[in-house]
Design a protein around this ligand. Structure first.
Ligand code: ASP
Length: 441
């Protein structure tokens, strides 16, 4: 019998915890086991690094092809330009609302701090990559963050300047310049849609196929997740004694609360105001899609169900649904954007890395941009979180991603449901604005 992927990950988590604790005991006993234990933990760290390298290896082609394929695949439809600007506006607005909600809660609840100081247990788990105070100082200086010279506006303009790469090839090659690459990809895709469909379709097909290939490769890598998780968590438990899970619970609840508020409060208000429909009726129409999203943790896998629910139950026309939903499944991810923002600021809190307002604003923009490049498959956000952590020079990026993976599954399921609901609301609002009769009666 084949065990479902999320059970495999949970199982390897449990095994890693048990082995980690066992090794901890062995190492503390007088006798000859220390060398053996340290040797195995060392190998485990290397295997974990191998898994992380695999994830990083696919970032550039995955993100570029996902953005370009998502934006261009519907080029050629009647009313394309008008629909694209309306849909993009709605997607940007709702993603920003989600991110700001996440930002607010993570700052109010401060899941990474205990009594105002960084949570040492989690910090220890991230310790491997901790930079010393001098390094942090240099980094902040280079970023213009936290320096006394230059206020909010100049820090902000610096960020936007850095977002535009002077050389797109080197932006792709250099760690931490992914935002520049995403910015270029969005412009590139929009430029493609300005050209004649017949002339541009070979290029478009190339990116669509590239994206399909990258999704298969991502699935292969994610199939190794149980091994990767085991190898990465074992040393963490060995060093921290497993209290990491308890320490992460506040973070876990913060994400769930923010996702819940976005799904059950913010989005219902948005559709009520913009489309004048009953949120309850829309929830009812989308029931099956929400459950499918929750259980598969993949917006792309849920797409056929979302399409059916939106057309058959909510009464959106086929044309509007087939424009907004496939695009939404790849580029519009409210839950993911919110999650990225909470996760990144949480890691900064844990690392004692002070993020002034300008830096937090940059996290907001980065979350918005990277959520566009995240593929609609399980755990895809981890790639984006890695990008933001590296580009904002917050130390501990890699081990942080691992620790977050330990509690990711339920959060992934929940944010995917929020992602899919966001897409369906876009379909509803756009349909209404095009004069269609939706959710009537
Ligand atoms: N699993 C999410 C989705 O498919 C993406 C993510 O946030 O990892 O929508």
């Amino acid at each position: 019998m084949k065990i479902k992927p999320h059970w495999q990950i949970l199982l390897s988590l449990a095994l890693a915890t048990v082995t980690g604790l066992l090794f901890r005991n062995l190492a503390s006993e007088p006798g000859g086991s220390q060398d053996f234990v340290t040797g195995v933990v060392g190998i485990s760290e290397d295997v974990g690094q191998f898994f992380l390298n695999l994830l990083k290896m696919i970032i550039v082609p995955l993100v570029v092809s996902s953005v370009i394929a998502g934006i261009t695949s519907l080029h050629g439809m009647a009313g394309f330009g008008r629909l694209l600007s309306k849909t993009a506006g709605f997607y940007a607005l709702t993603s920003l609302l989600a991110i700001c909600l996440g930002l607010l809660l993570v700052n109010v609840i401060q899941p990474g701090l205990i009594d105002g100081a960084p949570n040492e247990t989690i910090r220890e788990a991230f310790n491997d990559h901790e930079a010393d105070a001098e390094d942090l100082g240099k980094v902040k200086e280079a970023q213009g963050v936290g320096s006394s010279q230059g206020g909010f506006i100049s820090q902000l303009s610096g960020f936007f300047l850095r977002m535009v790469p002077t050389n797109v090839i080197s932006a792709a090659a250099v760690n931490g310049q992914m935002l520049g690459l995403i910015f270029f990809s969005i412009l590139f895709a929009v430029a493609m849609t300005r050209l004649d469909i017949v002339r541009i379709s070979p290029l478009r097909d190339l990116f669509v196929s590239l994206n399909d290939v990258m999704i298969v490769m991502t699935q292969w890598i994610m199939a190794l997740a149980p091994i990767g998780v085991y190898a990465l968590i074992l040393p963490v438990v060995f060093k921290t004694g497993g209290v990491l899970y308890i320490a992460l619970s506040k973070y876990f609840l913060t994400v769930l609360l923010a996702l819940g508020l976005h799904l059950f409060v913010v989005m219902p208000i948005v559709i009520k105001v913009l489309a004048g429909v009953s949120p309850m009726a829309h929830f009812k129409a989308m029931r099956t899609a929400l459950l499918t999203a929750f259980s598969t943790a993949s917006s792309s896998a849920t797409l056929p169900v979302t399409m059916r629910c939106v057309q058959e139950n909510a009464g959106v026309s086929k044309a509007t649904a087939s424009f907004t939903l496939p695009l939404g499944a790849t580029v519009n991810m409210d839950g993911t954007a919110l999650y990225e923002c909470v996760a990144v600021i949480f890691v900064a809190q844990v690392m004692g890395f002070d993020l002034p307002m300008a830096a937090q604003f940059m996290v907001v923009i980065s979350a918005l941009l990277t959520s566009v490049g995240v593929a609609g498959i399980p755990s895809a956000s981890l790639v984006a979180i890695m990008i933001i952590l590296t580009s904002s020079k917050i130390p501990g990026a890699e081990t942080a991603v691992v620790a977050l993976l330990a509690v990711d599954r339920l959060l992934d399921m929940s944010r995917t449901a929020v992602n899919v609901f966001g897409d369906s609301c876009a379909a509803l609002v756009i349909a209404k604005s095009e004069g269609e009769k939706v959710l009537e009666g």
